[in-house]
Design a protein around this ligand. Structure first.
Ligand code: DAH
Length: 341
């Protein structure tokens, strides 16, 4: 009997080693310890034929084998379940270090960013922001601004004429007239917008570009107010250490007129690539509003005076963002535009 049990154990171990699934393990269990036809169950039944002595030892051994069969099958089922769980976990594993998917968001155009910054500065200095027409009569674009009949700016080589009487505005100075017609002095207005000139496009020119016009009219306004305002404006835009200088110049709608330069925001005035080594960057034109311009809109130049200044945004934008060609601003290339925010 002892040999037989050893043989049975060997058989079982061999069969156990070949089991590859839960179902096979179930069949193995039925085959060996199934209540009806299990090999060991049948073996138990033969014990009755043995002598009481033999029955005792053989019974104990058979029971032991039966238990170890149960334990082995349970163990195998357990290891199958653990393997399945491990596989499931591996499959569902989330890599929390993986970067998330970026949501595509739009970007403001660099000119818009600069324009908003400038508008904020004007508003903080008490100016109203005004928008006006891009198509103008000669009155607003030239006559009211004291620009003489024979002035080169009126030439069709410089200005886009639409009809005999209408043209695309060539400067935001037109907004000075609109602003003064709309309000009574004292007034402070800033007008950003697009202007148009028949320039051949190149790295620093585009037939359409942006300007901002500032206008202030009040009693007793002097050149000192213009200088102080421009200085403050430039400091708010580029930083407290920025200095300005005024170079006498001529514009028909101001007297006296001056061009404004400010110390380079990159090198602070020492000279670098941005300011082409001079330490200064040109900002735009300015001056005290010409009495003729005040008279056109019915303001008495004896009672009121004021100043105006205008600056171009495109070259400034190019300098600030390190662009070597302002045409990039108008090509609508998303790869370019999405770099700004
Ligand atoms: N409108 C001028 C231009 O486009 C710039 C300018 C010069 C504006 C003098 C002003 C000013 O307000 O006072 O070149």
């Amino acid at each position: 009997m002892s040999d037989r049990i050893t043989q049975l154990r060997e058989d079982f171990d061999r069969e156990l080693a070949a089991v590859a699934s839960d179902t096979e393990a179930g069949s193995l269990r039925d085959r060996w310890v199934g209540r009806k036809s299990g090999l060991l169950t049948a073996e138990m039944k033969t014990l009755g034929k043995l002598s009481p002595e033999e029955r005792k030892t053989a019974g104990a051994k058979l029971n032991e084998l039966k238990n170890s069969v149960e334990v082995a099958i349970d163990g195998l089922l357990g290891s199958f379940a653990a393997k399945r769980e491990a596989e499931q976990l591996a499959k569902e594993r989330i890599d929390v270090t993986l970067p998330g998917r970026r949501i595509q968001a739009g970007h403001l155009h660099p000119i818009t960013l600069l324009r908003q910054k400038i508008e904020d500065i004007f508003v903080s200095m008490g100016y109203e922001i005004e928008d006006g027409p891009e198509i103008e009569t000669h009155f607003y674009n030239f006559d009211a601004l004291n620009i003489p009949e024979n002035h080169p700016a009126r030439s069709p080589q410089d200005t886009f004429y639409l009809t005999e009487h209408l043209a695309l505005r060539s400067q935001t100075s037109t907004m000075q007239i609109h602003a003064m017609q709309k309000r009574q002095p004292p007034l402070r207005v800033a007008a950003p917008g697009r202007v148009f000139r028949r320039d051949t496009p190149d790295a620093t020119h585009n037939p359409m570009f942006y300007q901002v016009e500032g206008l202030l009219i009040d009693r007793g306004i002097t050149l000192g107010d213009l200088k102080g305002t421009v200085e403050e404006f430039v400091r708010r835009l580029f930083g407290l250490e920025t200095r300005t200088r005024f170079r006498p110049s001529y514009f028909p709608f101001v007297e006296p007129g001056a061009e404004i330069d400010y110390t380079c925001f990159k090198c602070g005035g020492g000279g670098c690539r941005v300011c082409k080594g001079s330490g200064w960057i040109e900002m735009g034109g300015s001056g005290m509003v010409h009495p003729n311009v005040l008279r056109v809109v019915g303001i008495d130049p004896e009672e009121f005076s004021g100043f105006a200044f205008g600056l171009g945004l495109d070259r400034l934008c190019a300098l600030m963002y390190g662009l070597d060609d302002i045409r990039l601003l108008y090509e609508n290339d998303v790869r370019f535009l999405e770099q700004f925010s």
